[in-house]
Write a protein that binds this ligand. Structure first.
Ligand code: PRP
Length: 205
C-alpha cells in the first residue's frame, strides 16, 4: 500500500485532476463528505490534510508521498526529498508595503508582518538587513494598514488582494508552486510502486 497525503483546498482539485489523468479512480474524492481516507485503486490510499501536516506526515514516514506547496516546505525548513515540481498552484512570495512608502529608504527600523516568519527572516538575513518580524495568522494585509508593520511578506497570486487594500509589491522573495515530496525510506522500501507513480505524473504535467 502506498499512502499519499494531499493538501486540502487550493491544491486539492488540480492534484485530483492529475491522479485521474494517470488512471486512478477519484470518485471517492469527489464525494468526500467528512471522510479523510480515500482509496483510488492500485493499492493507493489518499489522505487529506492541512499543508503543514502533509509535510509532518511525510517527514515521519506515515505517508509515503505528499502534495504540498513550496511555501509550506520553505516555511517548515525541512530538508525533504522534493521529486517533482507539479507546475500548478503557481504564485510567489513577495515583500509588499503601502503604496508610495519607500521600504528600503532611510535608516529607520523596519517591522515586517507575515504568516511565514521563517521565510521572512531568511529573506532579510541573506540580505544582511536587520528587520523585526511579527507573526500574523491571516489577512496579513491588515498589519501595515493598522500601523503595526511597515511591510508584509505574503503570497501573491493575482495581486488583487494587495491592490484592493492599497498595497504594492516592493520586490519578489521566491517563486512558489505545488511539489511532490517523498519520504526517503519509503522510496527505498516501495521503490517500484513509488517510481511508477512519479513517472506517470511526470508524463502528464
Ligand atoms: C493568500 C494570501 C493573500 C492572497 C493573495 O491568502 O495570503 O491574502 O491569497 O492572492 P491574490 O494575489 O490572488 O489576491 P489565502 O487566500 O490563502 O487566505 P488566508 O489569508 O486565509 O491565508
Amino acid at each position: 500500500m502506498i499512502r499519499i497525503a494531499l493538501t486540502k483546498g487550493r491544491i486539492e482539485q488540480k492534484a485530483i485532476e492529475i491522479f485521474e489523468k494517470i488512471g486512478y479512480d477519484c470518485s471517492e474524492l469527489h464525494n468526500k463528505g467528512r471522510r479523510l481516507f480515500f482509496n483510488i485503486g492500485d493499492g493507493i490510499e489518499v489522505v487529506l490534510a492541512k499543508a503543514n501536516d502533509v509535510v509532518t506526515y511525510v517527514d515521519h514516514g506515515v505517508c509515503d508521498i505528499g502534495v504540498v506547496g513550496k511555501d509550506t516546505i520553505m516555511e517548515m525548513g525541512r530538508s525533504l526529498y522534493e521529486c517533482l515540481d507539479l507546475g500548478f498552484g503557481k504564485c510567489r512570495f513577495a515583500l509588499a508595503c503601502k503604496k508610495d512608502f519607500d521600504f528600503f529608504g532611510g535608516y529607520g527600523h523596519r517591522i515586517v508582518a507575515s504568516k511565514y516568519p521563517n521565510v521572512t527572516k531568511e529573506f532579510f538575513r541573506t540580505r544582511g538587513l536587520d528587520v523585526e518580524v511579527v507573526k500574523i495568522d491571516g489577512s496579513v494585509e491588515l498589519a501595515p494598514l493598522l500601523g503595526l508593520a511597515d511591510g508584509i511578506v505574503d503570497i501573491v497570486e493575482t495581486g488583487s488582494t494587495l491592490k484592493e487594500n492599497g498595497l504594492e509589491v516592493v520586490c519578489d522573495v521566491a517563486p512558489i508552486s505545488a511539489r511532490l515530496i517523498v519520504n526517503p525510506a519509503s522510496l527505498k522500501l516501495k521503490k517500484n510502486g513509488i517510481d511508477k507513480i512519479i513517472d506517470s505524473i511526470a508524463q502528464v504535467i
